[in-house]
Ligand binder design. Sequence first.
Ligand code: IMP
Length: 431
Amino acid sequence: MSNLIVLGTQWGDEGKGKIVDLLTDRADVIVRYQGGHNAGHTIVSNGEKFILHLIPSGILHPDKLCVIGNGVALDPQALVEERDMLTTRGVTVDKNLRISDACHLILPYHRAIDKESEKFRGTRRIGTTGRGIGPAYVDKMARIGIRLGDLANPALFREKLEQNLAETNYLLEKLYTTHGLDAETIYGQTMALADRILPFMDDTALTLHHAIRDKKTLLFEGAQGTLLDVDHGTYPFVTSSNSSAGGALTGTGVGPTAIDRVLGVTKAYTTRVGSGPFPTELINESGEYLREKGQEFGATTGRARRCGWFDAPAVRYACRINGISEIALTKIDVLDALPTLKIATGYEIHGKKVEEFPRRVELLEAARPIYESHPGWSQPTSGVRNYDALPDNAKRYIARIEELIEVPVTVLSTGVGREDTVLRQDPFAAR
Ligand code: IMP
């Protein structure tokens, strides 16, 4: 047995989809544990591009079991659409998918609140994906959420829905001065979708327990990134779930002793979508270059991502928070043509030198990065599959990152395809 969490160490979009897809061969069960269809995991399989938002990336492998754990916020409409997209493209989504009965549902009023509250916040808006993620998790914590299991009891569902809408419509109409939503319409729409979703419903914590007992290999697929974690990220500019390793436990019902390793996926530079501090952001030609060369446009919303240099204290912080045992460094090929590369090794905050990532957002907003420069390699690394074939300066850049983040880089991604990878050490191999 070797159970692995794969998660992002920056602000999401690190290339987790590809790494999960690559490692899926060695796993039996692939589990999503947090977030919802705000995620966009891009996978290129046999030259075909898939973007998955909600269903685990393992679904492209028909012999694997895919699980959506209780920590995921589930939009019934998005789930049905994603399943339809996959089945029309020849991917089986049937008994190989199980969804926790304790998943909280994202319903149309969550999307309405997400949109209106962002408008209301003005310049302090978070820049959410507008998918209703935050409001659905708010209801979960306020103990008024509606869970997938509730759809199996239509009378109970209707009662909860009517009660929630009475409150929500007050907010929509009186505070946000927009129109409220009709309970009957939402009831009808959701129940029509329920028939297509309930066959996947399961006590997934028990299913996972049985898999662990039977010595199956589990791969936990994180969404977003550590710096977007609601507890450990750049709060309040975060998502509303625990995208760090702890979320893999609370979001599935699996205990900590079942986890063997944590693989952090890290981009060779930094990107961020939405608002919030980003000390190494490049608002200049270099930033434009990274965006174009790296195709840094959101897989979910199509928004242009903000781009910047590698921020070592930020990734070192993520390694600490998650207990990361190894790193998959992605998109190194995007840096190929740059004559000089910079890495932030610390910050200057209000005139003081600081080595570690500050937890308070106002300190991070004031942080000016302290950089060291590295010569580029002016040579293509794209598609390289062997570490020794990398240019010396690329090896030096990677070695310096390892030194600064205090964790080894064991996987390198040099392109979008599964095969464009250098595997220095198999994360599933016994050690
Ligand atoms: P929400 O998750 O839609 O509430 O958005 C909160 C913040 O997380 C915003 O800054 C989003 O841009 C960001 N975010 C959410 N999901 C992703 C993702 O999959 N990749 C990158 N950023 C994300």
